[in-house]
Design a protein around this ligand. Structure first.
Ligand code: NAI
Ligand code: MG
Length: 502
């Protein structure tokens, strides 16, 4: 793996669409480029799928479903998923490097994400042999057998964002396949490379043709075609809530199932009984991981009055020390933002924060280092004295910008914490175990972290309240979103009741 301070000097890679077990060009012949956010170098030329290609991919996925995937032996599905997990692990270094080159994700983090992608496949391989219905005894007189068949939905469409491309692709794919569905994946246009590598892994693992298809392309064309498609049974979407709403509207064509994992403005509540260094370390981790481009980032820091100034001193000091730089370097802790558009968005919010009267304590612009001048870099940035009504407290910035808000007591913290359109995650730092659990009940968020952050595992449900979406990904309850039940009743009585006998 490259650890040097520049991108490897390979000519740009080429990626095609993957459908029906084969790689092919887009019908239109169009392509688009993906660049390394560190220096804007072109990393890949990618086939640009649109409506016509989605159509073909859905036909392939339906044929594979009808052709037997839906009724494959569960143990065979498990074997294939385990094989994919092994291949992800074997190719981990390459996958991590591609993720870094596409997203600008620091190498240390990309490596960890790839390893968790393998874990996701292993977790769902385990479930493949344990997905079944139940028997339901009759509540009425007579001898009847009632049981349910748990069936796959059919064709599942996955639409993913750019911030964690491989892990998002695995969340959309592994559980759907384990449940017996076939998949059409539309990765984010900024970061298609690792999804295309996952296609290669599926082919190499021996997944039957058409079971997993990947169509890179843009949202309003390829993404919308998938969301609208009358022969797609479910859409699993991750992205911003405005797009999520559109997806729901488009899904009504055939009333397909939709699960949505949308944005967040998660409160990180820090009480005055904490170990200050540990609390600051957690706050840094929650805010700056992946340059703040994580839906569950702890971007609203609610700090109790009595430690407010002490916390801020330490938090600012540590923020200034963060090693921002080339994400290919394993020592780098914060890389560039994904795109110029995202950098401009962050800069716009910094201006808004200043206009709103928040106190800018550090950062606020691009780093001075000339080596970083071509990239989409932004310094770790902290606003203090933020009021919860400000835009920088209410809106998802998706960058390394923290908004620090003062609170007085538990009720105040809960009131401010919940006063937002989102409800993806929330965190509490305290040594008071009773208070921690009281707050865990009162906070309106799909995940509550106590003295930790970003703990997300394949076995635990992840999703939102409010505009952070609905449905849960990961964990056994996800099976409910990827299968349906059929009730079967059998009359076991020797004599059939004849209600219409004259
Ligand atoms: P987005 O929500 O537009 O894109 C997410 C996915 O949806 C991509 O694959 C995209 O191609 C697809 N998409 C876009 N328009 C679509 C449509 N009309 N029909 C079907 N699919 C469509 O997010 P985008 O534009 O990448 O980022 C915009 C902002 O959203 C970012 O600045 C960030 O603040 C936020 N964001 C939040 C994420 C989260 O996980 N909460 C993830 C990515 C972005
Ligand atoms: Mg968009």
């Amino acid at each position: 793996m490259t650890t040097a301070a520049s991108a490897p000097e390979t000519p740009a890679r080429r990626y095609q669409l993957f459908m029906n077990g084969k790689f092919c060009d887009a019908k239109s012949g169009k392509t688009f480029e993906t660049i390394f956010p560190h220096d804007r170098s072109v990393q890949a030329v990618v086939a640009e799928g649109d409506k016509a290609d989605i159509e073909d991919a859905v036909v392939a996925a339906r044929a594979a479903y009808d052709g037997g995937w839906g009724t494959t032996l569960p143990s065979e599905r498990a074997r294939l998923l385990l094989r994919m997990a092994d291949l992800i692990e074997e190719r981990a270094q390459d996958l991590a490097q591609l993720e870094t080159l596409d997203v600008g994700m620091p190498a240390f983090l990309a490596t960890g994400m790839v390893m968790s992608a393998a874990d996701v496949f292993r977790y769902w391989a385990g479930w493949a042999t344990k997905i079944h219905g139940f028997t339901s005894p009759s509540m009425q007189p007579g001898d009847y057998l009632g049981y349910t068949l748990r069936e796959p939905l059919g064709v599942v469409g996955g639409i993913t964002p750019w911030n964690g491309p491989l892990i998002m692709a695995t969340w959309k794919t592994a559980p759907a396949l384990a449940c017996g569905n076939t998949v059409v994946l539309k990765p984010a246009e900024h970061t298609p490379m690792t999804a295309m590598e996952l296609a290669r892994i599926a082919a190499d693992a021996g997944l039957p043709e058409g079971v997993f298809n990947v169509v890179p392309g843009f949202g309003p064309t390829a993404g919308a075609a998938l969301a609208q498609h009358p022969d797609v049974n479910k859409i699993a979407f991750t992205g911003e809530y405005v797009t999520g709403r559109l997806v729901v509207q488009m899904s009504t064509s055939n009333l397909k199932t939709v699960t949505l994992e949308l944005g967040g403005k998660s409160p990180h509540i820090i009480f005055d009984d904490v170990d200050l260094d540990a609390a600051v370390a957690n706050a840094l981790f929650g805010l700056y991981t992946n340059t703040g481009q994580i839906c569950s980032a702890g971007t609203r820091l609610l700090v109790q009055d009595s430690i407010y100034d002490r916390f801020l001193d330490r938090f600012v000091e540590r923020s200034k020390q963060i090693k921002v730089g080339n994400p290919l370097d394993f020592a780098t802790r914060m890389g560039p933002l994904v795109s110029e558009e995202q950098l401009r968005k962050v800069e716009r919010y910094v201006q808004i924060g200043q206009r709103e009267g928040a106190r800018l304590l550090c950062g606020g612009g691009q780093p001075k280092d000339p080596e970083l001048s071509k990239g989409f870099y932004h310094e770790p940035t902290i606003f203090a004295d933020v009021s919860n009504q400000m835009q920088i407290a209410q809106e998802e910035i998706f960058g390394p910008v923290g908004s620090v808000i003062r609170f007085t007591d538990e009720d105040d913290a809960v009131r401010i914490g919940n006063d937002v359109i989102y409800g993806l995650a929330a965190g509490i730092q305290t040594r008071d175990v009773k208070r921690a659990h009281r707050l865990a009940k009162r906070l309106q968020a799909g995940t509550v972290w106590i003295n930790t952050w970003h703990k997300i595992e394949p076995n635990s449900p992840f999703g939102g309240y409010k505009l952070s979406g609905y449905g849960r990904e990961n964990g056994p309850t996800m099976i409910e979103h990827l299968t349906r039940l059929k009730q079967v009743w059998v009359d076991l009585n020797e004599f059939t009741m004849d209600l219409f006998a004259m």
